[in-house]
Each structure stands twice: as structure tokens, then as C-alpha cells.
Design a binder for this molecule. Sequence first.
Ligand code: 9MR
Length: 329
Amino acid sequence: MGVLGVVTALASTTPAGAAASTLGAAAAQSGRYFGTAIAAGHMNDSTYVATWDREFNAVTPENEMKWDATEPNRGQFTFGGADQIVSHAQSHGMKIRGHTLVWHAQIPSWLNNLSTSDLRTAMVNHINGVMGHYKGKIYAWDVVNEAFADGGSVGSLRSSIWTQKLGNGFIEEAFRAARAADPNAKLCYNDYNIDDANANKTRGVYNMVKDFKARGVPIDCVGLQSHFGNPPSNYQQNIAQFAALGVDVQITELDVGGSGSTQADAYRRVVEACTAVPRCAGITVWGITDKYSWRSGDTPLLFDGNFNKKAAYTSVLNALNAATPNPTP
Ligand code: 9MR
């Protein structure tokens, strides 16, 4: 089929009317958002900001809300870079994902030598300080990031200052504190390698969410980071199994190494998997342009180093335009 044929076929199958011409608008027609990670340090690049504003209706600060950035010294909160991103996003009506409150990485050294009770106080104080600063402005928070171990038995957590001093209950404690700090933000558990429906790591997170739901521990969403070579063949089934627990699923850090039609096809399958599940609320790619990607050698994003649209961009746009509107409010 030629280009005109593709456009005609899409237009005739797009339920919400005419095919949209940007990622954000196309996602919005299906009741979803399409976001990107943004680094405040690149906001002096006018093409970067123009592409962000044109294509995306949601944002995640790539590093600016992490603990080392927001509370480098105990009790002294600094929000410079994060505020820059948040105010830009707000003035453009974008959804904002907060990333991240409790993680084992990018934490300041003052956390390392605290007693158990002091570390617990520091964790709750950090959640209150950061969530309090942005109260009412954040759509969803990654409350706990990457707590589960790779390659372990089902349910095993990664060893960190959190497990060592607070035990496995630190996740629940963090979610309870987060709900109190900003009751209107969706609270997510976010991780990588939980994309395969049957992997041990996935099963561990699944069991935790099920347990939280059963016991009334507040949790609203699961973030599938989705740093891919290739999405697993049961990815849609995985999204659906989390959704069936009564949480939203968000694809939070999508990037797919590769190029050309192989990469475009992988991206298409990710979008189709999300848009097939009503509670898959939206997709965030982990950056705009390959040149600023954390894995730029893999050229994993939708725009090349000169901000040209790649084949993957077109396949994502077409897949979003072909999606059934999301019945979830
Ligand atoms: O993209 C982020 C990169 O700029 C940082 O150097 C890195 C430091 O840990 O974190 C990257 O983002 C990570 C995200 O916060 C959590 N999931 C994995 C992401 C890629 O490493």
C-alpha cells in the first residue's frame, strides 16, 4: 500500500474522527496520554522544547525529582530543575509523572549511616517534603522504584539500605506515607524487567499488588519501564493481568534499541498492547531524541539526533490513531 493508501485506511478506521497528527493528540483521542522524559539541562535547546510541546501531552522529569536532586542535604529541599519542568508542563496543560521517591540509586550519602528509626523518619520526611511541594500538580508518582531483585525467586527484593534497615515492609510504609502526603496523586510501583507476564520478577510484583489490594494498602498503578530490545510476546497479557487486579498500568520509560522497520514494529506492538487494555492509561518514552538518550548508542527513541521523525515515530502515531477509545474515565 502506498502512503496515500495507508492514510485512507487509517482515516476510515479511526473511531474518534480524523487521524491526529501528533503523538499527544492521537493518544488523547483514545483517552490516553503520550509523554516523554525531559531533562531540565536540555531546555535551552529550542528544538528540543518545540518538539516536546508539539508532540507530547505528559512529562516525567528524567533526574530532577530524584532524592539526590531534591534533598541533597538532610531537610534541605531543592527543586530548581524539577520546578522548571513542572512550570513549563503546567503552562502547556501536560500531565506530570513524579519520578521517584524511594529508590536504591541516586540517593545522597547522608542516608547511608542512619539508624533504623532515623532512616524511617528520613523516608517519610522526604515523601512529605517532595510530594508536599508538588501537591495537587502531579498526576502519578513512582513511589517506589526498582525494589525487586533480578533473577531471584518470586518475591525476592533487591538488597538496599531500605531492606537492610527497614525490612521488606518499606514498600508498604512508603505507599501509606505517600497517600497521606497527596491524596489526589496516583501512586505507582515502577520497575524494569516486569514486562514478561510469567517472569519471576513480574510474579513478585503481581503478588505484592494483589496483597496490597487485599489489605487496603494504597496503590493505584504499576509502571512498566519497558527498556526494550524487543517487547515479550505476552506483553499485552501482562498489562491485562495487572489491570485485572484493579490498578492502572502505565508504560513509564519506553525505549527500544534498534533501527528501521524492526524498531518501528516493536514500538507498534507496544502501543497496540497498551491500547488493547482499557486500564493502560498512557505511555511515556524515555526521552525525545536519540542524542540525549541514556542509551544513545542503541538509538532507542522516536526522533533521531537531528529531531527528524524516525520510522518508529510513524508506526507509533499510526497505532495510536488506530486505537479504540479508552472507556475508563
Ligand atoms: O535516564 C536517567 C539517566 O540520565 C541517569 O544517569 C540514570 C541514573 O541512574 O537514570 C536514568 O533513568 C533511569 C530511571 O530513573 C529509572 N529506570 C532506569 C532509567 C535508565 O537508567
